[in-house]
Write a protein that binds this ligand. Structure first.
Ligand code: UN1
Length: 523
């Protein structure tokens, strides 16, 4: 059962300069496990509030960027300690607000702590270089400088882990921030913001605006054109990512875009079949398929196809759907009614007559369909049945459309080249997986896969916090989050030369290179 945390009846629309601001337009946060369970009431930030938040971040930048990096990292460490002290309650808010099973929610809070632990020491590194000059009495240096005001829009499926990937390195590097979290995770985002304030971040360094994408998000994007932000981070759909990328391009900045996926899993004839079946079930149905790393296309060798599908269907039929606080639940409700509607729409528009659905017809549990192992509230929860779609071909729309729900496709291959085409041709390139025990096949997979992340004998999901996370093609613009590489997203290189010779020295033209005796021959 869901523990009841305090109802936040606030109308808070934005956190700017250390203070919450209210608005008249209200948005309710309701639990998807029971739409009668209201967790909070919040406001909606209009363009004026978003601009005020960006201004506050601009004004705080000078002092924050000049705060010694180890002192900045000390505040990040405080944040990590506070998250650790509040881990259980924060995870239970995530579970209640977006329906993610508690075990997974605890894992996603742990991901925040891991990210803090990784970046705290970066406050004592942020290394630049000393570089030899080609002129005497002259020194060369490089410095990492913060970029400025970082504007960030995040999705609701990882409401604390993904924002932590962005903000922890951004803040350590000396940037100030404006965050627009998803309107589906407002209570979680409220507490995430409060924890930053309690960690000791000075006012104006971290600002939050609440509201839906089409209104508050659109104001945010308009402000990019006006130069309010120096760097943008966006996690969400490919369509919105393209639009943000266009606007950032016109403003001559490179955003960090983390977009959708249609993540493939290849199972070879020599694979451990039971291991791969378990991997497919978790990749496809863990988090109800609502991860950008969730399984999209399962690609099976024809020799093991029948055996694999039989085991897969057996295992899928046994999964438990329902109360996300129950430890045996495979997946809970979808994140919100909007996600359910989108899923139902995919079931009507993407399934074609040649497809087979071995788990039966999908749909909204309790509303015309049921599920044998269901423990949730069918009347008031937004629960959906799992779906496996067989006989999918590369020309079908479902092959290359991200579905973001409990649904994945199955394709059959004969030659390995054909499997690689199936793994790459949809145009996304986020995550991928192969099950095989043959080093040559695995080597070929690693070379030819276009995704940014690959698992060998493991699921398509579950990236660790210190490896680069991100994708190619329709999955992003090559930007990476997490790990040491992300520091390049949040700093710009500054090259400095210091001439102590007291005279005008011209590099290249007056460099004292020594000429060889080119007439010399060995005799
Ligand atoms: C996402 O869905 O946007 O690798 C992030 C994973 C998680 C993060 C997913 N650690 O599946």
């Amino acid at each position: 059962m869901a523990p009841s945390t305090r109802l936040i009846d606030s109308s808070y629309a934005a956190f700017i300069n250390g203070k919450w601001h209210k608005s008249n337009r209200n948005i309710e946060s309701r639990s998807p496990a029971n739409l009668d369970d209201i967790l909070g009431v919040f406001g909606e930030a209009d363009k004026t509030l978003v601009a005020e938040a960006a201004n506050a971040a601009r004004n705080a930048f000078k002092s924050w960027s000049r705060t010694p990096a180890p002192v900045r990292a000390g505040i990040i460490q405080n944040f990590g300690r506070l998250v650790e002290a509040n881990k259980e309650v924060l995870a239970s808010i995530v579970t209640r607000e977006i329906g993610k099973p508690l075990k997974e929610a605890l894992g996603s809070v742990q991901e925040v702590i891991d990210t803090v632990n990784f970046f705290v020491s970066e406050g004592r590194r942020l290394y630049g270089q000393t570089v030899p000059s080609e002129m005497p009495n002259k020194e060369l240096f490089t410095y990492r400088r913060p970029i400025g005001v970082f504007g960030c829009l995040t999705a609701c499926n990882f409401p604390v882990a993904v924002p932590a990937w962005y903000f922890i390195p951004a803040l350590v590097a000396g940037n100030t921030c404006v965050w627009k979290p998803s309107e589906d995770s407002l209570v979680t985002s409220f507490w995430f913001t409060e924890l930053w304030a309690k960690a000791g971040l000075p006012s104006g360094v971290f600002n939050t605006v609440f509201g839906p994408g089409p209104t508050t998000g659109a104001s945010f994007v308009e402000l990019i054109e006006n130069g309010a932000f120096d760097k943008i981070g966006f996690t969400g759909s490919t369509a919105v990512g393209r639009r943000i990328g266009e606007v950032c391009g016109r403003s001559l900045q490179t955003p960090c875009l983390e977009l959708g996926g249609k993540n493939p899993m290849i199972v070879c004839p020599d694979a451990d079949i039971d291991l791969a079946v378990n991997g497919a079930i978790f990749s496809g149905f863990g988090t109800a398929g609502q991860r950008c790393t969730s399984l999209g296309n399962l690609i099976l060798h024809e020799k093991i196809y029948d055996q694999f599908v039989t085991k897969l269907v057996q295992k899928a039929n046994a999964i438990k759907i329902g109360d996300p606080f129950d430890k045996d639940t495979t997946y809970g409700p979808l994140i919100s009614k909007r996600f359910l509607d989108n899923h139902l729409d995919h079931l009507t528009t993407l399934i074609e007559s040649h497809h087979e659905l071995p788990l039966g017809k999908g749909g909204h549990i309790g509303h015309g369909v049921d599920w044998q192992h269901f423990t949730g509230n069918a009347k008031r929860g937004v629960y959906a049945r799992p779906n496996i779609v067989l006989n999918v071909g590369m020309n079908d729309r479902i092959y290359s459309t991200e579905t973001f729900g409990p649904l994945f496709n199955v394709l059959k291959y004969r030659e390995f080249d054909e499997a690689m085409a199936m793994a790459n041709n949809h145009g996304y390139g986020l995550s991928s997986s192969i099950y095989s025990n043959d080093p040559k096949t695995i080597y070929q997979f690693k070379q030819d896969i276009t995704a940014g992340m690959s698992s060998i004998n493991n699921t398509t999901t579950g990236a660790e916090a210190h490896l680069p996370f991100g994708g190619n093609g329709k999955s992003g613009n090559g930007g990476r989050q997490s790990g040491i590489w992300v520091i390049d997203q949040f700093t710009k290189w500054h090259a400095v030369n210091w001439d102590m010779s007291g005279r005008l020295q011209l590099a290249q033209m007056e460099t004292a290179y020594v000429e060889p005796d080119l007439k010399f021959r060995i005799s």
